[in-house]
Ligand binder design. Structure first.
Ligand code: SUG
Length: 448
């Protein structure tokens, strides 16, 4: 049976804005209060999905969430009609209104952690929604994420869904952004690589001093247990706390893996040699030949990596077996990174081609090509069980492009969040979207 890696990209929601909500994420903090362009953001994302589909990769769409999240404001004591709730929040607590307005569910690498069926004890594909517990605006995503995942991957024969871990920092979980899987072929048993920022229960592990470590070891271990992974199929590694303090808030800002290849920065991990040796040994027992491509700090500094998002790239296997790196335009604008990439692709290593995409609207909030996609390795029969409504096709691309053109604004600033019309526009758009993507009732709202 054939197997594939399918990318499900987050469709950017109509409230995309720069709220400055993510302490520790340099781009989010530095673009706070800049006016956004939701229409352009959604079209940039759709452009990447279309390009990958046209290159022959399997591509899906992950629906955005309802924002503003009026229910979240109600849970914080705001009351009255929806319009009154928003008006009060705008007057009394603008940071809360900004948080419940965030379109952050676009970064679907944070939606959940996925273990393909070849790795799990019951032979199903397992999903655990991420609690995203470190930031309020992200912690409200998981209930809808679970509903959308359930509508995309409904077959209980093939798919198993787990609710988010307990909503405390000790089980802070940011999903696939801190998880990579190595394998010989996508349908073969692989080695799942969990990278955490700190331990919640064991004080012997170092921790960053300046910025939060969002993922804990204990959260990663819980997911491995829930998914029924064997010890032989799992490697844990601690992220270097010093790079978290430099703005590497997820591991996918400093490393990316695919197939048998790990592309990583020299300063990404603690105990690097030991981690690489364990990955190589475990992958060898699964029939794979682990290859580590290290980017030395002399060529690309951690600061270059954070500014350019070199590692927040998509590493894809082309039909000829060589690999292609999908990078954001910011990589071309950084001479160290661009020179490195020229040298990388002209060598004899596994990565042979680079393609550049303009994702500036998402990048300004710290979300690059890899943040925007959730990878799911699927066998033929599992792919056949995916809701066909979310699989990208030329005609779905056309439909979604006109849907964006019809419903999205081309400018959103903080003061626009108080406009009661914005919520109505979003609900109208999402109501239509559930029909386009054939998702059923995944959003709790009723249109007036
Ligand atoms: O969680 N930014 C997101 C970016 C997530 C990137 N994802 C991965 N690396 N996989 C975050 O920090 C900023 C929102 C704002 O400031 O308006 C934000 O949530």
């Amino acid at each position: 049976m054939s197997a594939y890696e399918m990318n499900f990209d987050g469709l950017v929601g109509p409230t995309h804005n720069y709220g400055g909500l993510s302490y520790g994420n340099v781009a989010s903090q530095s673009n706070s209060q800049v006016a956004s362009n939701p229409k352009e953001a959604a079209l940039q994302g759709l452009g990447k999905m279309k390009a990958l589909m046209e290159m022959g990769f399997k591509q899906g769409v992950f629906a955005p969430q309802e924002r503003q999240d009026v229910a979240a404001l109600r849970s914080l004591g705001f009351a009255g009609t929806d319009a009154q709730v928003i008006a009060q929040a705008a007057k009394q607590a603008m940071p809360l209104l900004a948080a419940v307005s965030s379109a952050s569910s676009m970064w679907t690498a944070n939606s959940c952690t996925v273990s393909p069926s070849a790795d799990t004890a019951d032979g199903r594909v397992h999903f655990t929604a991420a609690n995203l517990n470190c930031k309020f605006h992200r912690s409200i995503e998981h209930p809808t994420t679970s509903r959308v995942l359930g509508a995309m991957f409904a077959s209980q024969q093939h798919f198993a869904h787990h609710a988010a871990l307990p909503a405390v920092g000790q089980f802070g979980d940011e999903g696939a952004a801190n998880h990579t899987r190595f394998c010989k072929g996508y349908g073969d048993a692989g080695v799942e690589f969990f990278v955490y920022g700190r331990s919640a229960f064991d004080s012997r592990y170092p921790a960053p001093q300046r910025y939060p470590a969002r993922q804990t070891l204990e959260a990663s271990q819980a997911i491995a247990r829930l998914h029924g992974l064997s010890d032989e199929g799992v490697v844990y590694a601690q992220q270097n706390p010093a790079v978290i303090d430099q703005g590497v808030f997820h591991n996918d800002v400093i490393a990316v893996g695919n197939g048998e290849v790990l592309f990583y920065h020299q300063d990404a991990f603690l105990d690097t040699e030991q981690v690489l040796a364990e990955l190589a040994a475990k992958l060898a027992r699964r029939g794979g030949n682990f290859q580590a491509v290290c980017v030395p700090r002399e060529a690309v500094t951690v600061d270059d990596a954070v500014r350019s998002y070199l590692f927040n790239s998509q590493l894809l296997t082309r039909a000829d077996g060589n690999m292609l790196l999908i990078v954001p335009e910011e990589c071309r604008n950084n001479s160290n990174v661009w020179n490195y990439l020229q040298q990388l692709t002209s060598g004899s290593g596994p990565i042979r081609e680079v393609k550049v995409f303009d994702l500036k609207q998402s990048m300004q909030n710290g979300g690059g090509p890899a943040c925007l996609r959730l990878r799911v390795a699927l066998k033929d029969n599992e792919l056949a069980a995916v809701n066909p409504g979310v699989i990208m096709t030329p005609s779905l691309y056309e439909t979604l492009t006109s849907w964006v053109g019809k419903h999205y604004r081309d400018r959103l600033s903080e003061s626009d969040l108080a406009d009661p019309q914005l919520l109505i526009e979003c609900r109208t758009a999402l109501d239509e979207l559930t029909q386009i993507l054939k998702l059923g009732a995944v959003y709790p709202f009723q249109l007036a």
